[in-house]
Design a binder for this molecule. Structure first.
Ligand code: CP3
Length: 319
């Protein structure tokens, strides 16, 4: 999950001096920010600091990050807009991604694993078509239901971009990759299978089996069985579904990641740890990566994040 960010004063201090996209492109600062959660709260994997919109910008569409989240002032609304996008070569368009990963690998010397990531086509297309975050996804779904062929052309172009982008991350040192299809949980099951799953499958096929592959969807309860057919090795799930139920539905072949409600980190310590323990007990000793069900929120007290992590590290499953 997203683990760096504004809940850390050390992150805010750096962000006072540089813009967000600038930070993503500065090898030294991005590596520093990637390592902050390891040093400060003691997580046991590092995810390189970047954003899912970095390869979108490389495809040739302007991206800005405002206080309200990502904004794309010139959204894609037609085939002509799609034709203007390129499938970028990562080494020449986003070389900083390679440098950040290489630097992190050399600093970590296998102390903890290094995670690479990207956005999945449905989620990236939703930003490209909506022009930013959305509640109803009216623009992308309008295109899906009015001219599905046009949307499929865009999704294919994004899938080709992301396949190459993740391979570049692996060549640069990523030891695990996570694909975020954050907004695909908004789709009906059949629309998920038409507009999201095939592109996730295409990307995991392109990446191959050299590193473990994690798939995240926010609001996954409705589509778990479909996600299990994506080719992922691990399904990362949100907090709305009990993890024992997810395990029953997915079967024993895939690992699960999750799924504490990030808002529990804003609440009472006892309730936080009780919920964490419940997840650990339900998930059992094998095939589970303890994590939040979505990214950590800016108002999170650092002591609560640390208490959660210490508790999980100290937990022993009953024999
Ligand atoms: O260290 C890490 O955790 C890795 C960094 C990371 C970021 N974004 C940094 C970031 C990762 C893995 C992402 C992924 C991402 N970005 C997703 C998928 C994961 C998820 O949370 O569902 C999505 C949907 C985005 C798009 C995005 N970028 C949004 C919605 C926002 C605004 C969120 C907010 O809290 O304001 C961003 C900006 C962003 N990406 C921030 C960070 C740390 C906050 C930027 C800042 O103001 O400093």
């Amino acid at each position: 999950m997203r683990q760096a960010g504004r809940y850390l004063k050390e992150y805010r201090a750096i962000r006072q001096k540089v813009g967000f996209l600038e930070l993503c492109k500065d090898t030294d600062l991005a590596a520093e920010v990637s390592l902050q959660p390891l040093r400060i709260v003691g997580v046991d994997a590092v995810i390189f600091f970047s954003d899912i919109l970095i390869p979108v910008e490389a495809m040739g569409i302007g991206v800005e990050l405002t206080d309200k989240g990502p904004e794309l002032p010139n959204p894609i609304r037609s085939q002509a807009g799609i034709d203007r996008l390129r499938v970028p070569d990562p080494a020449s368009t986003v070389p900083f991604v390679g440098s950040i990963l290489k630097k992190l690998r050399s600093e970590l010397v296998d102390q903890v694993p290094l995670i690479g990531f990207a956005g999945a086509p449905w989620t990236l297309a939703s930003y490209m078509i909506e022009g930013g975050g959305s509640r109803s996804f009216g623009e992308i779904k309008g295109m899906a239901f009015r001219e599905p062929g046009t949307l499929h052309n865009l999704l294919n172009k994004i899938a080709d971009t992301i396949g190459a982008y993740l391979l570049f991350q692996i060549e640069s040192g990523a030891q695990v990759i996570q694909l975020f299809d954050t907004w695909a949980g908004d789709l009906t099951r059949s629309d998920y299978e038409e507009f999201a799953l095939p592109y996730t499958q295409k990307i995991f096929e392109a990446v191959g089996t050299r590193v473990p592959r994690i798939l995240y969807v926010n609001g996954a309860a409705n589509i778990l069985e479909s996600m299990a057919r994506s080719g992922a090795d691990v399904l990362s799930i949100d907090w709305r579904i009990p993890i024992a139920e997810a395990r029953r539905r997915v079967g024993g072949k895939l690992a699960l990641q999750g799924n504490l409600d990030p808002c529990l980190l804003l609440g009472d310590r006892e309730r936080l740890l009780r919920n964490a323990e419940d997840i650990l007990r339900q998930a059992g000793p094998a095939g589970h990566i303890m994590n939040l069900g979505h990214g950590i929120l800016p108002p999170t007290p650092v002591e609560n994040a640390r208490a959660f992590i210490d508790f999980v590290k100290g937990y022993k499953h009953q024999p």
